[in-house]
Design a protein around this ligand. Sequence first.
Ligand SMILES: Nc1ncnc2c1ncn2[C@@H]1O[C@H](COP(=O)(O)OP(=O)(O)OP(=O)(O)O)[C@@H](O)[C@H]1O
Ligand SMILES: [Mg+2]
Length: 506
Amino acid sequence: MLNIINSCAVVGLDCQPIEVEVDISHGKGVFTIVGLPDKAIQEATQRIRAALQNSGLKFPATRRLIVNLAPADTPKMGSAYDLPIAVGIMLETLKIKTDLRQSLFIGEVSLEGKLRHTDGILPIALHAKERGIQTLYLPKVNLGEADLIADLRVVGLDNLGELIEHFTGRHTIEPTRTHGLRQTNTESSYELFDLCNIKGQEQAKRALEIAAAGGHNLLFNGPPGSGKTLLAKALPSILPPMTVGEILEVTKIYSVAGRLLKDQPMIAVRPWRSPHHSSSGVALIGGGRLPRPGEISLAHRGVLFLDEFAEFPRVTLEHLRQPLEDGVITVSRAAGSLTFPARFTLVAAQNPCPCGYATDPERQCLCGAHQVSNYQRKISGPILDRIDLHVEVPRVKFEKLNDDSGGETSATVRQRVKMARTRQLQRFQNLPMVTNAEMNPKAIQTFCPLNNDCQKLMQQAVIKLQLSARSFHRLIKIARTIADLAGAETITAEHLAEALQYRSKN
Ligand SMILES: Nc1ncnc2c1ncn2[C@@H]1O[C@H](COP(=O)(O)OP(=O)(O)OP(=O)(O)O)[C@@H](O)[C@H]1O
Ligand SMILES: [Mg+2]
């Protein structure tokens, strides 16, 4: 007899319906899975046999058991089909006739018959809802994730034994209804890295504020020990709270990457990723046999901090070109290519030369001119052109270090950032963008009209600084963010002049 159980495959961040067909007939005792399964699925035969036996079910060991994962021509990966396969066998063995056409099953089982934490439940729950599935059966440990999608009937299972009791009617399980994303605390405390603990460096702090408000990329350049890493670490303390849409977007990525914890089923605080310069290209941009999001996607809607920027291999940094421009990364794999979101704020920190003191007016640099220029050439022009805010971080003078008066706290700056971000959210209502940094040329034309003074200033800047078309647009976007921080409706020459200070000096 044939049983068909609904399941689905996660492809990138999306899902594709998979039908698990289980056929049990008379014949030799075989158990085979077909439909382009990978090694993990092939091994499911062993897992499911043991799991069903340990759950008190008599496994049909003397019969011919064929499982087909349809559509048969799409490669399937992972262990999430364990549950639908086990259900197909269970129904046949127990001789149960029940209509499961409106149900979807997903989850890995252990030899003991317990359901294990499974990756990608958030996109699966979303898929189930869009497909009009009535009940989603999944591991209990994943319930928190599914709960982020509203109005879905879910059954969280601890083990296969519960399902046997349910199907045989000994103990029916009533599905629960999911709530959807509820108001949550998106504020986290970063007392260790409060801006008020950083002495001097006013321009760098202001640049952090602009980066946080408008999502602009930022590069700190300066001698060792001047506070570049310290400044970058203070950025999370002034980032604006995430919107509901952003929380779902980011949580989906973490769900697929298998990075959600049972007691932390969603990402409600902006991500902060700081991969080491020895990280591989795949770790940074994503990919692999079973394609996973890389650091740049894990930093989506948050910050990607690349410390010791010039120490990253040039080829690794070049991978950042597409995501820095488009906010997405396309990774190739055998069966085609996949796209992951990667709209992050890049914060980079570097020394100006190998010894670190080329820009220090008081301390002598030990590098030759050639060494300095070689070091600076390690980052390509196109990457530098994609960084909006270039900031020199000089050594702090003793008077400043000794000054205990303290500057603005992160909480005060965060208030301004929040206000500026709210203005942007209102501006981009119904448009596929959230921050000023994401504006395309058309949006710049609509939202950033320049008055005569601004036009003149821009003309001079383009000629004098030999600005590329991209730099020209980026400059206007920064000026828009500066105006938003000031609560101004239109960009003035003053805002543009400040934006110009952060241009690359190369
Ligand atoms: N402006 C500052 N205010 C207070 N403390 C500072 C400041 N700058 C540096 N420090 C102190 O110096 C330490 C080193 O700073 P940090 O690691 O940020 O330097 P860096 O510029 O990143 O240096 P490198 O180029 O070597 O990476 C900090 O942990 C902090 O204790
Ligand atoms: Mg540092």
